[in-house]
Design a protein around this ligand. Structure first.
Ligand code: SF4
Ligand code: ZN
Length: 316
């Protein structure tokens, strides 16, 4: 009988259990975790995300991305000298967020951190389920994620302002960044790619968001959670099938199967585009001609911010 040869870890020589995407490197689970964490440190270094004395709100959802993020940032906090504060935004999606919340609570307990919860109901007067009911009754028009995205961004910023945070870390991985970049191109909304940054530009009234998982893929993030016993919820939001993102994600995954490396190439193009924009407009300059919502004083492109406009339409 011919025994199949088990590949050995490219770092330590033990039996490999994981093959990295893109580089096709074989690694054992312990070396894989080190590589994964090293990429987060690389992102921090390259984009100058965290500094001593920062108070970092970590947006947690109970899913794998934010689970991996909180796990690593709570380690880096002690090394660099910043503080992490996990915040969960509860959209009010029955059968989904309430289950994910339990996993987020488990992880926070394990890491000795206290979870803060900010709900759409309290902030905007309606749960996502109620928003969808209003939409189905014809009171508002639009897709679930376009309402939800506006409210989530505002809720996280609100949480960060209330907690006096200096940064908001979100669990966007390499797949998410590539998808967003492509979605903006496909919608002919190229100006969104000018604002979409790995680290947001400073803006009065807006706590900058940072994306430390930018160099790790979605699959690798799930593997990192599994190898490090990080609890996470696997279920999907019942409204996610309405999202354009779901289409783009499916397309990119299929294309990646046929032409390995396309996702990474897209991410690379995004980063090149960002560097080019930084050279053109300056890296840290505050955005010019910013307006502020006359209802809530949040940065806004119009008279009222999108969240306040939506709240008004919903009559809440
Ligand atoms: Fe909200 Fe859409 Fe995400 Fe569901 S899939 S939580 S509706 S943004
Ligand atoms: Zn507003």
């Amino acid at each position: 009988m011919v025994k199949a040869k088990i590949p050995s870890c490219g770092h330590c020589g033990k039996n490999a259990e994981i093959e990295l995407e893109y580089t096709r490197q074989n690694l054992c689970s312990s070396c894989f975790s080190k590589v994964f964490e090293k990429r987060v440190r690389k992102a921090n270094h390259k984009f100058q995300m965290f500094k001593r004395g920062d108070l970092v709100v970590v947006g947690v959802s109970g899913g794998k991305d934010s689970g991996a993020l909180l796990y690593i940032l709570s380690k880096m906090a002690g090394e660099i000298g910043f503080e992490v504060k996990p915040v969960l935004v509860d959209e009010g999606i029955h059968g989904y967020r309430n289950k994910a919340l339990k996993e987020a609570e488990k992880l926070c307990e394990k890491r000795g951190l206290e979870l803060e919860i900010f709900s759409y109901k309290k902030l905007f007067g309606k749960t996502m389920d109620e928003v969808m009911k209003a939409r189905d009754e014809g009171k508002v028009k639009g897709k679930a994620c376009s309402f939800c995205g506006v409210f989530r961004k505002k809720a996280l910023n609100q949480a960060a302002l209330e907690l006096k945070a200096t940064k908001v870390a979100i669990g966007h991985n390499a797949d998410d960044v590539a998808q967003t970049f492509l979605m903006n191109l496909l919608r002919a909304e190229g100006e969104r790619n000018e604002r979409f940054r790995i680290v947001d530009k400073p803006k009065k009234g807006f706590v900058p968001r940072v994306r430390p998982l930018v160099f790790n893929t979605e699959k690798e993030t799930a593997l990192f959670c599994l190898t490090n016993d990080i609890p996470f919820h696997l279920g999907e939001c019942p409204y996610s099938s309405e999202a354009f993102r779901a289409e783009v994600k499916g397309f990119l995954n299929e294309t990646e199967e046929k032409y390995p490396g396309v996702k990474f190439n897209l991410l690379h193009s995004f980063l090149q585009n960002q560097e080019w924009l930084d050279e053109k407009t300056g890296k840290s300059g505050e955005e010019k001609e910013m307006r502020y919502c006359e209802e809530c004083s949040s940065p806004s492109s119009g008279r009222k911010c999108k969240a306040c406009e939506l709240k008004e339409k919903l009559g809440s």
